[in-house]
Design a protein around this ligand. Structure first.
Ligand code: AMP
Ligand code: ZN
Length: 115
């Protein structure tokens, strides 16, 4: 499924739910997390619906690679200069709450609210 009408992040991609966008291209969207754990906390998502990393296949390798390479660039642009954390929560025991794959990227001076 490329778009799930019930999926929160698909609705953000479609502009049906607002987000504070950081970056967008044909395949990837990045926006600020609504409940940040850190001074800078963004989410990178593929625009196509992919429920979790557990469902990823070879077909997703390129977009996942691009998201990973984009993370440090966006952190630099957001003024993060002293390191950052990347997290992909996967499945129930992984603490995943939104079932559209997303990479958390968190940075900024500590202490952080969480993490
Ligand atoms: P996870 O537990 O990895 O599935 O994380 C889901 C993340 O999505 C949480 O950090 C939430 O704060 C974030 N989130 C939920 N709804 C929104 C929204 N409408 N806009 C931005 N971030 C959101
Ligand atoms: Zn989705």
């Amino acid at each position: 499924m490329s778009h799930d009408p019930h999926c929160l992040f698909c609705k953000i991609v479609a502009g049906q739910i607002p987000s504070r966008k950081v970056y967008e291209d044909e395949h990837i969207l990045a926006f600020h997390d609504i409940h940040p754990w850190a001074p800078v906390h963004i989410l990178l998502i593929p625009k196509l619906h992919l429920s979790s990393l557990a469902e990823a296949t070879e077909a997703h390798a390129e977009v996942l690679g691009r998201m990973t390479v984009l993370a440090p660039k966006l952190m630099r642009e957001l003024g993060v200069t002293n390191g950052f954390r990347t997290v992909i929560n996967t499945g129930a025991d992984g603490g995943q709450e939104v079932y559209h794959l997303h990479m958390h990227v968190m940075g900024g001076p500590r202490p952080w609210a969480k993490g």
